[in-house]
Structure formats: structure tokens, C-alpha cells
Design a protein around this ligand. Structure first.
Ligand code: UN1
Length: 519
């Protein structure tokens, strides 16, 4: 075991989460049953490069066994009243509260985000479960007046079936729970393929869910786990037995999944890349702008889909904002994310480091000017080779690299002059449409930003940054971000099928639209 793992109690956390430290963990599970016949995935921590554990991936046969068990479980689960399903989610939530620290720690160690953010991620799981428990008594449709006398018309929502969840390494636990907590109260069963970069975290979550379902005496198959790379994801997206695929990840991956699901007329919920900007207006509060922008750009080492990628600053305050941000970057402490003194942990792996370096090279090649130097850190504490310096470059919006989402702490600074419309043209002038923000104390500008002619993103914030959304709102974005909405508000509706019911309680059979058809 590495010295960091020892110092921060990783072994204890793994044991608390029911993971095998010395043996290979099965990455396929229907609940009580764990089986896996695929290749072994070794999980190395980006924190110190140490091997944390091993997980066996899912074969086609394993996968089919999972789907058969899930299909069977659905028949039972769907008939349970939804408030009773909510009660199971409440119990699951109690377990999450109990295991918040070990799970937050494992997220931090396996994925590399700060321990605070790891805990924050588990908190998102807890929050969505609270939300789902309340929701379990509110899965209501509308009633409407029929045009025919003696008729009643209403709509109701029924469970959909198996929900396939494909999630990414950057939020290895929260995104799963946004989907499962809602899907479960809706009466669906879930089959989850987590990221092959964070397989132990996935096994830990499935352990928790499986225990809760088993203790409640429910059939296995309500919560299932499969493990592997895109080939396992493809089994899900092509499978007609899976009516809904919820996929989080890159735009490239989303396009492949969306086409596979559409080819069989399935439903997809896509939460893909962002290219999020903060507009800084002349009368923005500079102190808050700096906090929001820096957390947005370097939090999770720039690997959130909501990370701040672009700062669009009015020329009147440009120098002031630039100086303040550059000064703030000098304060950043980069290192072991389990050590709470550090602000920024490592990138997920060396490929991510290459992409980061390529982005910095490209922005210079295209004419940009680096104002906070990047670079890969070496030496003591940086042995994993995944630690990089958050960088800032002055750049133009139309540069190819600026148009592209680089999953790393690279922030592009750009200037606008004149009216807010000019800033909006830049902000909207990218293919992605996830999150956006404006820093202003000017009501006119704030409302313009939120208006129909304003931000074209799924999330538009005033006087807060682009990342760190609460679970209560619907989460997702437009354009190449994929259009899906997860977590709060009425996002639950995609997990159910809507049925319109019309009941005739007369002795006649009047037809709609006044059509006469006498026999
Ligand atoms: C993601 O990066 O995929 O708004 C999700 C946020 C978090 C979720 C990010 N609540 O930054």
C-alpha cells in the first residue's frame, strides 16, 4: 500500500465499502449475485499512481444474465406502490449518510478530485435521494375536461422498464444516483455502466444498493452493475430490452450512443460536453467574480462538464479582472487532493495530461497569449505524472481550440466592448450549450442575459459561477450538450411512460370531433 493510502486511511475506506483489497472484485452484479468473466481492469490512483484494486469486466453472457434478471425484477418492482419504493430509497439514503466519508474518500483517491469535492459529490447523492423520496408521492399527471358528455379524461405515468445508465469518471457516483434515485421511485430497474476509469467506486455504490434491496427482501435485479469500456456501453445502447439510455460523457460518445438508441427508436437522455462562459460586466462584483471563476475553472481540475472554460470580460474592467484572476491563481496549491490544504488535485490520467498540453500548444499556435503558464508538475508528491498547473490564455472565441471542450484546467480570457449583446454573441458562439453565467449588478443586463435573446444554455446563472448546480433544478443543456435533463424539477418524467385515459360512463358512445357514425 502506498504511503498516501496508508496516511489517509484508504484501506479502511475500501473495507467499509465492502471492497476486496487483495482479490479481484467482480464488476457485474444483479444484487446478491456477483459474477464476471471479462478481462481484469486495474485501477490506479491519479493521486499517487498506486494500484488501488482490480475489477473484472462484463462479458456478453454476463450482460445477458443481468438483463434477464433485471427484466424479471421489473415485474415485481413496478407493482409496488411508489411511496413504498420511496421508502427503499430513504433506506438507501441512510446508508449513504453513514458511508459518506469512506465513499467521499474513495471518490477522491480513485478519481483525483479534492476530498471536499468528493464529500460534496456524496452530498449530491443524499440530496437527490431526499428529493426522490418526496417525489415518490408526487408522480402525478393532469386531469382534463373531455369534450364529450359523461366522459372523464386524465393522464397517468407508468414505469418504463430497464434504465441503462452510462456515466463518466468525473462524477463517478453522483450522476448514477441522479438517475437511479428517480428511476427507482418511478418503478424502473437500473443497469449501470460506470466509467472504466473509476471501477472500484462503482462496485462500492452497487454494494450499498444491493445490501439495501436484499435487506428489504426485494428480488435482485433492481440495481445492477456492469463494467467495461465502450463495448459494454454498446451492449446497452443497442439493446431493445432497455427502453431508456441515460448517458453522460463526451459529445463524441453521445453521438454514437444517440444513433444506436435512435436506430431502435429507444429514448435517450444525453448530458454531454459544455463550453461554459462567465460574462463579466462593467459593474460586476470583482471579488465574487474571482471566486466563481477560479472555482469554476480549477475545481475538479477543470474536469466538470460545468467547468468554466471562457471568461468574457468587458473592456472597462478587463485589466482589473485579469490582474485579480492572475493573482488568485498564484495562491493555488496543487497536490494530493486528500490533503485539505490543497485546492487542485491531479487530472484523471496521462492521456488527460496530453490533451491539456496539446490545448496549451494549440492556443499559442492559433495566436493566443498564455498569461498564467501551465506545465506538468514533477518531483515529490507528483510521481503519478497527472498533476498540472492551471493555466490561463488570452484567446479569441473563434479559435478552434476555444470552440472545443478540453477536460483540463485551461481558462480562456477574452474581451468584449460595448453592449451586453456583444458578450452574448461570444457566449452563445459555440456548439455546446450547458452552463453559463453573468456577473452583474445591473438588472437590465441580468434580465437581457436570461431573456429569449440571452443565454442559449440549459443553465444560466446570475452572480454565481457556471459549476456547482443544486439537484433541485433540472440539469442539462442544449445544442451539442444533448438536450437531456436530469435530477430535479420534472426531470423524472423521462423515466416513465405517459398514458392518456378517457373513460365513458354513459350508456351512449358519442364520438369525438362530433362525428356521426350510426349503425
Ligand atoms: C458533471 O460534471 O457531469 O453542477 C456534473 C455541477 C455538479 C454536477 C456536474 N453539480 O458542477
Amino acid at each position: 500500500m502506498s504511503s498516501i493510502a496508508e496516511k489517509f486511511g484508504i484501506n479502511q475506506a475500501l473495507q467499509d465499502l465492502g471492497l476486496n483489497v487483495d482479490q479481484v472484485n467482480n464488476g457485474t452484479s444483479t444484487g446478491q449475485e456477483w459474477f464476471s468473466n471479462g478481462e481484469v481492469i486495474e485501477s490506479y490512483s491519479p493521486v499517487d499512481g498506486a494500484l488501488i484494486g482490480k475489477v473484472k469486466s462484463t462479458t456478453r453472457e454476463d450482460y445477458d444474465r443481468v438483463i434477464e434478471t433485471a427484466s424479471k425484477a421489473f415485474k415485481t418492482w413496478r407493482t409496488m406502490p411508489s411511496p413504498q419504493r420511496g421508502e427503499i430509497v430513504r433506506k438507501f439514503n441512510e446508508e449513504l449518510r453513514r458511508l459518506k466519508e469512506p465513499l467521499g474518500k474513495l471518490v477522491s483517491y480513485e478519481m483525483g478530485k479534492s476530498y471536499q469535492e468528493g464529500l460534496g459529490e456524496v452530498q449530491e447523492m443524499i440530496d437527490i435521494c431526499d428529493f426522490a423520496v418526496g417525489l415518490s408521492r408526487q408522480l402525478h399527471g393532469l386531469t382534463m375536461h373531455s369534450e364529450r358528455p359523461g366522459h372523464r379524461m386524465y393522464e397517468q405515468y407508468h414505469p418504463l422498464g430497464i434504465v441503462g445508465i452510462i456515466s463518466a469518471f468525473n462524477f463517478p457516483v453522483a450522476v448514477w444516483s441522479w438517475n437511479t434515485a428517480l428511476a427507482w421511485v418511478c418503478g424502473d430497474v437500473c443497469v449501470w455502466k460506470g466509467s472504466e476509469k473509476t471501477p472500484l467506486t462503482s462496485v462500492a455504490c452497487q454494494n450499498i444498493a444491493a445490501r439495501v434491496f436484499n435487506d428489504a427482501g426485494l428480488p435482485e435485479g433492481i440495481s445492477c452493475l456492469i463494467t467495461g469500456d465502450y463495448r459494454v456501453g454498446e451492449m446497452l445502447s443497442k439493446d431493445e430490452r432497455v427502453p431508456l439510455i441515460s448517458a453522460t460523457g463526451s459529445i463524441r460518445m453521445g453521438k454514437i450512443v444517440a444513433q444506436a438508441v435512435a436506430a431502435r427508436l429507444g429514448k435517450s437522455l444525453l448530458e454531454l460536453g459544455g463550453n461554459n462562459a462567465i460574462i463579466v460586466t462593467p459593474d460586476a462584483n470583482i471579488k465574487n467574480t474571482v471566486i466563481g471563476a477560479v472555482f469554476g475553472a480549477v475545481g475538479t481540475c477543470g474536469q466538470r462538464c460545468t467547468s468554466t472554460r471562457r471568461l468574457i470580460v468587458h473592456e472597462d474592467v478587463y485589466d482589473k479582472v485579469k490582474d485579480a484572476i492572475v493573482a488568485a491563481y498564484k495562491q493555488l496549491r496543487i497536490g494530493n487532493p486528500l490533503d485539505e490544504n490543497n485546492h487542485v488535485g491531479p487530472l484523471i490520467d496521462k492521456d488527460a495530461v496530453k490533451n491539456y498540453q496539446a490545448a496549451l500548444d494549440k492556443v499559442v499556435e492559433e495566436g493566443g497569449k498564455v498569461i498564467v503558464e501551465g506545465g506538468v508538475l514533477e518531483g515529490e508528491g507528483y510521481e503519478s505524472g497527472c498533476y498540472v498547473k492551471p493555466a490561463i490564455a488570452e484567446a479569441q472565441n473563434e479559435y478552434e481550440i476555444v470552440q472545443h471542450e478540453t477536460f483540463a484546467p485551461v481558462l480562456y480570457l477574452m474581451k468584449y466592448s460595448g453592449d451586453i449583446e456583444n458578450a452574448l454573441a461570444l457566449q452563445n458562439g459555440v456548439k455546446q450549450g450547458l452552463s453559463s453565467a453573468i456577473m452583474t449588478n445591473n438588472l437590465r443586463e441580468a434580465e437581457r442575459f436570461l431573456s429569449v435573446e440571452g443565454s442559449d444554455c440549459g443553465i444560466a446563472n446570475v452572480n454565481i459561477g457556471t459549476s456547482g448546480a443544486e439537484i433541485g433544478g433540472a440539469f442539462g443543456g442544449e445544442k451539442e450538450t444533448g438536450g437531456g435533463r436530469e435530477s430535479g424539477s420534472d426531470a423524472w418524467k423521462i423515466y416513465m411512460r405517459r398514458q392518456t385515459n378517457t373513460i365513458n360512463y354513459t350508456t351512449e358512445l358519442p364520438l369525438a370531433q362530433g362525428i356521426k357514425f350510426d349503425l
